[in-house]
Design a protein around this ligand. Sequence first.
Ligand SMILES: CC(=O)SCCNC(=O)CCNC(=O)[C@H](O)C(C)(C)COP(=O)(O)OP(=O)(O)OC[C@H]1O[C@@H](n2cnc3c(N)ncnc32)[C@H](O)[C@@H]1OP(=O)(O)O
Length: 323
Amino acid sequence: MEFPFDLAPVLGERFCVVDQHLRPAGRGGTAKREELEQQLRTVIDELGKASAKAQGLSTPVTSAARMESNRHVLYILRDTRSPKGAVLGFLKVGYKKLFLLDRDGSHVEVEPLCVLDFYIHESQQRRGLGRELFREMLQRERVQPEKLAVDRPSEKLLGFLRKHFGLCDLIPQVNNFVIFEGFFSTRTVPARRPFPRPRPEEPIKPYSLTERDFLREEPEPPWPFNLSRGSPVRGSLRPFLLRRETPAGTPPEPPPRRARYGTGSGGRGGIGAGIGIGAGIGAGVGTGIALGIVLGPILDSVWAHFGISFGSESGFGLGSFWD
Ligand SMILES: CC(=O)SCCNC(=O)CCNC(=O)[C@H](O)C(C)(C)COP(=O)(O)OP(=O)(O)OC[C@H]1O[C@@H](n2cnc3c(N)ncnc32)[C@H](O)[C@@H]1OP(=O)(O)O
């Protein structure tokens, strides 16, 4: 595929890697930077059109504008022997979040590298150039061929994958992506937690209802036990966040304070509540709790005035409801 300009300053070496920034890869030449960028856009657009035509698609899957708005990577293969350097073909890949079925039919959310578009010029097909380009991509992306997902492969591409990489055993999917045996194997850390298998009548729950279930609000206890209570979720996450934010070398944070919304909870203020409960045994639980709340702060300040301490957070009363 030839162009009316020198491809060396636009594409550089035999393999040119282009991302969303569309930077010309070559050096030298007389053209200005903007001109080279425009030439690179022309190359990408023309390659996209040729690939769409070869696959019988009405719209190109690959264009300069699409490249700019996606985080895809384009591998362009160039013939460096011809005077201006013809383009031989290209391969486009990118990471995509997909819901795929494993061999057991369970849905798994993964984000594999996907083959999105692949084209070798008609005059150059079946000469090993596709394999050369594909191998270069595998090496640079550090991925095994069986770990790839392929977006709606043509018959030619299926034959190509079978011949060069032995990929023939498909794992059936309900979307347009094709994966092969080995895709799910030897996963040390699954990319995502597998979805629980849905019951036949139950639709698949969306991402936010499953993965983030643990963030839901817990029911608040009734008054007066809710008075000094923060969000249970924030409370339990806080020590973790503090640990992570503490700069190296500084002493560790003290353990989180016990929440004091339980009857007779630990600490000086809890003694008041304990007495309140004691009175409540005779006068009714409601009165006891009320007395506890009133007496707690008063006794607290009196003892503080005389310098009396019972050791804070020691679980002096009846114990706390929540840690
Ligand atoms: C996700 C997607 O991109 S789907 C779209 C894939 N692209 C296309 O279908 C566009 C048209 N086809 C092409 O551009 C090329 O044929 C490619 C990119 C699929 C393969 O590139 P090539 O340089 O031809 O591959 P290479 O020479 O390395 O390997 C040849 C093998 O590919 C397969 N193949 C290539 N061309 C053909 C063809 N016309 N018919 C059937 N199989 C073919 C065969 O397995 C072939 O082996 P064989 O010649 O022993 O039968």
